[in-house]
Design a protein around this ligand. Structure first.
Ligand code: ZN
Length: 175
């Protein structure tokens, strides 16, 4: 496995819509390696999700991380999704902080639907369908946005909360 280079804001690959993955492609060693490398890259840089365009691959593949750890243990379960579609469930929205490995050092508040259904293929090419709520729902929407060339700053209603991490820790956190 290898740690991949992460594209930063300004690289055109982040602004292009990614192409659909052909089901026949999924089982190829190259595609499976990309999935493994993306998981390794996400863990290395302590991301909670990663989309293929962020590692310069214009395909509809994303890793959704679900933090199952409690307190100080960070046990991140990874869900690779291929050709994912996300649909809001209900009308409830939530506002929370987001960051992105492609916008290092920045945080901003984004309003998104709080509950979503994700339909995709898994890394074996099987159809999967699951519901997410709260932060994992946010991660899924953020990652799937990347497949359409959309960054979290595009989703901010106002740039007033766009903050560097240092100032975020200083002025925007309770503890
Ligand atoms: Zn991102």
């Amino acid at each position: 496995m290898s740690i991949l280079k992460v594209a930063r804001m300004g690289h055109p690959v982040l602004r292009k819509a990614a192409r659909k993955v052909e089901p026949a492609e999924i089982k190829s060693p190259a595609f499976q390696k990309l999935v493994d490398d993306m998981i390794e890259t996400m863990r290395e840089y302590e991301g909670i999700g990663l989309a293929a365009p962020q590692v310069h691959e214009g395909v509809r593949l994303a890793i959704i991380g679900i933090d199952e750890g409690e307190g100080r243990t960070h046990d991140i379960r990874v869900l690779p999704v291929i050709n994912p579609e996300v649909t809001p469930i209900g009308k409830t929205t939530a506002e929370d902080w987001e960051g992105c490995l492609s916008l290092p050092g920045l945080r901003g508040r984004v309003v998104r639907p709080d509950q979503v259904q994700v339909r995709a293929l898994d890394r074996r090419g099987n159809r999967v369908e699951f519901d997410l709520e709260g932060f994992p729902a946010r991660v899924a929407q953020h990652e799937i946005d990347h497949l359409d060339g959309v960054l979290f700053i595009d989703r901010m209603k106002s740039l007033e909360t766009l903050t560097f991490i240092e100032e975020y820790s200083k002025y925007w956190t309770e503890d």
